[in-house]
Design a protein around this ligand. Structure first.
Ligand code: PLP
Length: 405
């Protein structure tokens, strides 16, 4: 590990690496191919699918920030997960979270249908269940913490210990926190997955991914498959993502500061039924999050009082939270999981996963926290007013006693 802090690494990795002109910021190498020095004399690079100087700078930065051996930069978070499936043995058995990212669920289920692998979706908070499954034999354990959208936390270190005991490959999708707030390899993970689309790039203008390996052997297997399948990221996307990483820690500090303010409002407002945020003492994963993370993250989920009509009122009044999927950008977003990110699940499956129609998910940006606070408060006040009006009307019609909505 470097003696520099991770924040310094993020701000400086790849800087002053240009040997030709001494450029402070590294140049962008768009070239698809590179000359040979002579017959049989290959230089460091030959073809940008297999290797590219700009992409390598980004890979090196992500690997160092995750404290890993090396990283592969891929064209999306999903292609990083696809790459992961390529290093598994034939007919591999995969253990994945029952509440994993929708795209991950779809990928693993589709590969199972084709007979490529088999998958069990399990609850990783039940370590006894995990141990039973590991004894029966598994080739890969893939976890996410915090989970989406309910921010469930699982014990990364204990899962790591069990995987080690059973000699099982252990991968953690660290997209929701980034290495600024959590470094799974230090807790025993062999591989770390990122959708760099989210916090690492942070500006909602690149779809990208990465997979970090803890050993040279894993890294070289991934390098081979990345070139073979061609799912490596483009130089321009790599350039932008490396540029985004320079401000990762500064952005994250503001993300966290704003999130704390909004959580405080949400827990006190009468129009809010329940708040899901690991920073809350009442959150079941609070102590674990405190141990294994260095911040509680900037995704907050909550249920509004009432039903879909109250959700509509809230969404109509929010000005600074844009209704959109994804997360991790500088701009604040609000999503309605039941009709957006988790719409492909059946209503029954959503219910089992605890995703109600009143649930909203915020990706808290880096705007002025007080502006965000005012916007959310004003919109929640409108929800509250609409409930009071509804209650009064219902009581007048003799339909409902006051206070039932
Ligand atoms: C977004 C996301 C992905 C997929 O990433 P893309 O870049 O959209 O392909 C994977 N895992 C998690 C946890 C995500 O949030």
């Amino acid at each position: 590990m470097s003696s520099k802090s991770f924040q310094t690494l993020a701000a400086t990795l790849g800087m002053t690496s240009d040997t030709q002109f001494g450029a402070v910021t590294p140049p962008l190498h768009l070239s698809t191919n590179f000359t040979f020095d002579g017959l049989g004399r290959r230089r460091e690079y030959d073809n940008s699918r297999s290797g590219n100087p700009t992409r390598d700078l980004l890979a090196d930065a992500i690997a160092k920030l995750e404290n890993g051996y090396g990283a592969i930069v891929t064209s999306s978070g999903m292609s990083a997960l696809t790459l992961l499936t390529h290093i598994l043995p034939p007919q591999a058995h995969v253990l994945a979270p029952h509440d994993c990212f929708g795209g991950t669920h779809r990928l693993l289920t589709a590969l199972e249908k084709k007979g490529v692998l088999s998958v069990s979706f399990i609850d990783f908070s039940d370590l006894k269940e995990l141990e039973r499954d590991l004894i029966q034999g598994a080739d890969l354990v893939l976890v996410e913490s915090p989970s989406n959208p309910l921010l469930r936390i699982v014990d990364l270190k204990k899962i790591g210990d069990l995987c080690k005991e059973h000699d099982t490959l252990y991968a953690v999708d660290n997209t929701f926190l980034s290495p600024a707030l959590q470094r799974p390899i230090e807790l025993g993970a062999n591989l770390v997955i990122h959708s760099t689309t989210k916090y690492l790039n942070g500006h909602s203008d690149v779809v990208g991914g990465a997979i970090v390996a803890d050993t040279q052997d894993l890294h070289s297997q991934l390098t081979w498959w990345a070139n073979c399948t061609g799912l490596t990221g483009t130089p321009f996307d790599s350039y932008l993502t490396l540029r985004g990483i320079r401000t990762l820690f500064a952005r994250m500090r503001t993300h966290l500061e704003n999130s704390a303010k909004l959580v405080n409002l949400l827990t006190q407002h009468p129009a809010v039924k329940k708040v899901y945020y690991p920073g809350l003492e009442s959150h079941p994963g609070h102590h674990l999050a405190k141990e294994q993370q260095s911040g509680f993250g900037a995704v907050i989920s909550f249920e509004v009082q009432g039903g879909i009509d109250q959700v509509k009122v809230l969404l109509e009044h929010l000005k600074l939270f844009t209704l959109a999927e994804s997360l991790g950008g500088v701009e604040s977003l609000v999503a309605h999981p039941a009709t957006m990110t988790h719409a492909s699940m059946t209503a029954e499956a959503r219910k089992r996963a605890g995703i109600s129609d009143q649930l909203l998910r915020l990706s808290v940006g880096i705007e002025d926290g007080d502006d965000l606070l005012r916007d959310l408060k004003k919109s929640l006040d409108e929800v509250q007013n609409s409930r009071i009006k509804l209650n009064q009307a219902a009581a007048k019609d003799g339909l409902l006693p006051m206070g039932l909505i």
